[in-house]
Design a protein around this ligand. Structure first.
Ligand code: UD1
Length: 382
């Protein structure tokens, strides 16, 4: 059986890696890995292949950056001849990035079966490009692998046939479970707890310059109390340049404890998350990872496609309300100081993680990819 995987952007790599591994051990399976080149910098792509021990892509479409239409169109054009030539029995696509929807569209038009890993998530916010990608990819896919029961409900509600939906759990957590012990060696020696970890890259936060300026001012304010570590996505870095906010650099005299870093490799970032007193983010995956790790998270968005992170109690949506952000952060940090240093708590959690994750979400157990492999093989060649 020939399975072709499509990856393109940073969050895809953590999702595809465990599925590639699970299928590699199965007899009679041949795999092809296509990288669209949506992300292309070493720190946004290559370093993940190394750390996640992924095979090098068999083919890189090198589409690069562009508007949504340009990027999606470039993938459609470049990917079509690859599928026609390689004739896979199944194409697996991951998550909700432009590469995901583009690959699914090509395959469904040509009649190649598609499996969507991380299906069914919905923010119900169609201003998010990822929401459009999720809706369309799920409609185009033959197999829908969901991470949590809300995904199944969303798909059923949209009229997807139950027989196509498979609740398998969270593949991103598979990667986390496997690499958490290794991340221990990637702790930043010169970063003392407690600290706050920040990531922001959504267009709704970083393309709105007055809002970005206010957000940064709030982070700078927070950094008067404790260290704030902020690995900056290339999109965000561009906006900071637009804003001429170079005063907000790590060595800036006015905000010495607001540290702007380059995007971090997987193991370094995992170590940062694990040791953080608080994470402030607009990422989807980080909401899930902090939930698994039991680290408090404030999400700078009005909605989330990952409601389980809210119901588990680790994640709160603060929307575009900076007062709410300040208040929630102060409350979390007050508790943090009362409970003692986070480092001690997370270390305890760290040893437990292999057997008993701090947040018990069914099927977020490190074995989601194995379940996908079983289903794919059971289904066999059409
Ligand atoms: C994409 C995904 C988003 C995901 C994010 C993770 C879509 C619609 N969005 O957003 O869901 O959370 O990846 O990072 O697919 N750039 C570089 N080097 C790179 C890649 C990008 O400098 O290797 C810069 C370019 O200026 C580019 C910008 O980052 O224009 C944005 O990249 P793009 O892939 O368009 O979207 P992301 O914001 O990364």
């Amino acid at each position: 059986m020939h399975i072709l995987h499509v990856v393109g952007a940073r969050p895809n790599f953590m999702k595809a890696a465990p599925v590639l591994r699970a299928l590699a051990s199965k007899p009679g399976v041949r795999q092809t890995l296509v990288h669209t080149g949506q992300h292309y910098d070493r720190i946004m792509s290559d370093v993940f292949f190394q750390e996640l021990e992924m095979p090098q892509p068999d083919c890189n479409l090198e589409v690069g950056s562009g508007s949504h239409a340009q990027q999606t169109a470039a993938i459609l054009r470049a990917f079509e001849p690859v599928v026609i030539e390689r004739k896979p029995d199944l194409v697996l696509v991951y998550g909700d990035v432009n590469s995901t929807v583009a690959a699914a569209l090509v395959c469904s038009k040509l009649g190649f079966p598609v499996g969507h890993v991380e299906a069914g998530l919905r923010s119900r916010d169609r201003t998010m490009p990822e929401e459009i990608n999720r809706l369309l990819t799920d409609q185009l896919s033959d197999l829908l692998f969901t991470p949590s029961p809300d995904g199944d409900e969303n798909l059923l509600h949209e009229g997807v046939d139950r027989s196509r939906i498979h609740l398998v759990g969270n593949v991103m957590i598979d990667t986390l479970v496997r690499l958490l012990p290794r991340s221990e060696q990637h702790r930043r020696a010169n970063l003392a707890a407690p600290y706050v970890l920040v990531t922001l890259h959504r267009p709704s936060n970083v393309d709105d310059l007055p809002w970005l300026r206010e957000l940064l001012a709030t982070l700078a304010e927070l950094s008067q109390q404790l260290t704030v570590v902020f690995p900056v996505h290339p999109r965000t870095r561009e906006r900071l340049t637009d804003l001429s906010l170079k005063g907000f650099t790590a060595d800036a005299g006015s905000h010495p404890r607001l540290q702007l870093l380059d995007p971090q490799p997987y193991l370094d970032f995992l170590a940062l998350q694990r040791g953080a007193a608080l994470v402030i983010t607009d990422s989807g995956g980080i909401q899930e990872e902090t939930t698994f790790l039991g680290v408090p998270c404030l999400t700078v968005r009005e909605n989330t496609e990952r409601p389980v992170t809210i119901t588990m109690g680790t994640n709160q949506l603060v929307g575009r309300d900076l007062q709410k952000l300040r208040k929630a952060a102060a409350e979390i940090l007050r508790q943090e100081l009362e409970d003692g240093p986070k480092q001690a708590r997370t270390e305890k959690r760290g040893t437990e993680t292999q057997h008993r994750p701090p947040c018990h979400i069914p099927l977020w157990d490190g074995h989601a990819a194995e379940r996908i492999a079983e289903i794919v093989l059971r289904r066999g060649t059409p």
